[in-house]
Ligand binder design. Structure first.
Ligand code: FAD
Length: 301
């Protein structure tokens, strides 16, 4: 399993305590040598400066390739272009280009901002005009809820690829067959970019159920039964979450999947264990990173 490729998604922390958690997770997961890590952009651009700060610091302080998520919501093209230029100046070379959700949340009708980019394909094209960014985009094994059909959904992906996207990262899902059927449809349409499954280890079942509802991910009955009556028992939930995610990843790996994108939720333990089960082992830190890490530890003690 030496060709395994992983990427880790984080969100920008709000508080000092969350900051610590993020950096602890980055430190633990970095030696697994992810192909890249990424930082999300809050709904409606609400984390614009926090995402920028987090991404810039990660670029400066880790040897990792860092991708910045960016959406089209509530911003003109000029405003988005400015964000893109700032990223390029900060050394960011990879953008996860997204349309984003409407201000009322997923499920509400989406109206593009007047003068803004209408969707991820337009944003990808705009980003490529600003600089030679690598572009990843969102993919939907169970189709995006706004897509009238699977075919329309694949057409949208094709538009994103034609606009310069070279990698897809999927919405989380729990039905591996649905992901593999989706890959067949994508390949049949002549789209050949790598599409990594987005793996969401379920630690809080109630919130995953809410998210699955709005983003159209099927929750298999087996999963619902496994987490039933455990709302007040986080310990057992975590053990089950680890087992469920391990089964999902190992099944995908057995069926030939080699790239995995993990929604870490800024936690390292489950994701590290999943990578271990997939055969990934930490590499010793390079001397310069080790030195930086020691300096950081000394400064914070
Ligand atoms: P698009 O692919 O642009 O469009 C989604 C769908 O809308 C299309 O499939 C199509 O059905 C319809 N559509 C769009 N334009 C048109 C058109 N012109 N004509 C007809 N139909 C159209 N959200 C955040 O806010 N911040 C994040 O950091 C973030 N990270 C994400 C990371 C990943 C890996 C994924 C999968 C999603 C992420 N999202 C994030 C959520 C994402 O913003 C939502 O799923 C959003 O609803 C769709 O974004 P998109 O880029 O896939 O949209």
């Amino acid at each position: 399993m030496s060709e395994l490729g992983v990427s880790f998604e984080f969100f920008p922390p709000k508080t000092e305590a969350m900051q610590k958690k993020l950096w602890g997770a980055v430190e633990k997961l970095s030696p697994l040598e992810p192909g890249f890590i990424s930082v999300t952009y809050g709904a409606g651009g609400s984390t614009r400066s926090r995402t920028h700060e987090t991404v810039s610091r990660l670029v400066k302080e880790t040897g990792l390739k860092v991708a910045a998520h960016l959406t089209c919501v509530a911003a003109t093209k000029d405003e988005v272009d400015e964000v893109l230029r700032d990223y390029w100046a900060a050394g960011v070379r990879h953008i996860v280009a997204l349309r984003g959700d409407p201000p009322g949340g997923p499920g509400d009708p989406y109206t593009p901002h007047p003068g803004g980019y209408a969707n991820a394909a337009e944003l990808a094209e705009g980003a490529r005009k600003i600089a030679d960014f690598e572009i990843s985009v969102g993919c939907y094994p169970e189709k995006h809820p706004d897509s009238p059909s699977n075919a329309a959904d694949i057409d949208m992906l094709k538009r994103k690829v034609d606009a310069g996207a070279t990698r897809g990262l999927t919405q989380f899902f729990f039905d591996n067959d649905a992901y593999l059927r989706y890959l067949d449809r994508v390949r049949d349409a002549g789209i050949d970019i790598p599409i990594a499954p987005g793996i969401m280890p379920v630690t809080n079942f109630a919130s995953v159920r809410r998210m699955a509802d709005v983003c159209g991910a099927t929750l298999p009955g087996r999963l619902v039964k496994l987490f039933a009556n455990l709302d007040g028992d986080p310990e057992t939930r975590r053990l089950i979450a680890a087992t469920v995610a391990a089964e999902q990843c190992l099944d995908l790996a057995e069926r030939g999947v080699k790239d995995f994108h993990f929604y870490t939720l800024n936690r390292d333990d489950l994701v590290f264990a999943l990578c271990h089960m997939l055969g990934l082992r930490p590499k010793p830190l390079a001397a310069d990173m080790l030195e930086a890490s020691e300096e950081k530890k000394a400064a914070s003690s």
